[in-house]
Design a protein around this ligand. Structure first.
Ligand code: ARG
Length: 249
């Protein structure tokens, strides 16, 4: 019994691992970045290669800081928690900057601006008003879930581990609509002519997150972002994936 108690108290201590400061990271030469690699065109696998807008942008930012990169691919809803457990130094995974999340993590300046887009099979409910009484799919742990709950009047909001699962269920006709990132939604549309875009439900600013109380690292990320935005690197990567520059105005 005593042993069991000791074990449970040790487990309770795990989340308290301290984050590495900027100088710890600089001394090691490598920055560990957490993401969820199932969110094209931001973070995904092309064969065995991790790629996408946020992958290339984070690598440009690390290079600007003189650091090598170690990527860690984890489920989306575990990423901000993982920061508190020192599993990675920062996460880049299309996180909308919200007051709720700012209680648990510190965000760098936004690296793009986007919003929650309704995606349907042709003929489906395309406006917030048309979603009343309908079943809508979202990825678990996303701002889309909160926004849809706020909207109210829906029949159900179904959550899926990955956005790709939510999309599959839309295709299969198990839900009436999907809400995802605007650019991720438009990417899905390119690959499937049976889908169409509806209204943009809300807008959000997307940022990289570091552990709470690691503001030095957040500042350094923001400064490196500013440099790659000033020297043409950001525009080049953004145009490659979107045909336009998606930075916040
Ligand atoms: N922008 C949304 C949010 O902040 C969705 C992000 C989903 N990201 C991902 N890598 N799956 O919650």
């Amino acid at each position: 019994m005593k042993r069991l108690l000791l074990l449970t108290s040790l487990i309770a201590l795990v989340p308290l691992a301290a984050a590495r400061s900027l100088s710890d990271i600089q001394a090691s030469g490598t920055i560990r970045i957490g993401t969820e690699a199932a969110y094209a065109p931001f973070t995904y696998y092309q064969g065995k290669k991790l790629t996408g807008f946020e992958i290339e942008l984070a690598e440009a930012i690390a290079k600007q800081m003189g650091l090598k990169v170690e990527w860690i691919d984890k489920p989306f809803d575990s990423l901000l928690i993982g920061l508190g457990q020192d599993r990675f130094d920062f996460v880049i995974a299309s996180h909308g900057i919200t007051a709720e999340r700012q209680k648990a993590a510190t965000f760098a300046s936004p690296h793009y601006c986007s919003g929650g887009l309704i995606v349907v099979k042709k003929g489906g409910p395309k406006t917030a008003a048309a979603l009343k009484g309908k079943t809508v799919a979202v990825q678990v742990g996303t701002t889309y879930y909160d926004q849809l709950k706020k909207l109210g009047g829906l029949k159900d909001v179904k959550t899926y581990p990955q956005n790709t699962d939510a999309l599959q269920n839309l295709r299969a006709g198990r839900v009436d609509a999907l809400v995802s990132d605007r650019f991720a939604g438009l990417e899905a549309l390119k690959k499937d002519q049976t889908l169409e875009a509806g209204e943009l439900l809300f807008q959000e600013r997307i940022g990289m997150a570091v552990a709470k109380n690691n503001p030095g690292l957040a500042k350094a990320l923001s400064a490196a972002l500013k440099k790659v935005q000033a020297n043409g690197t950001y525009t080049k990567i953004s145009k490659k994936y979107f045909g336009e520059d998606i930075r916040c105005e």
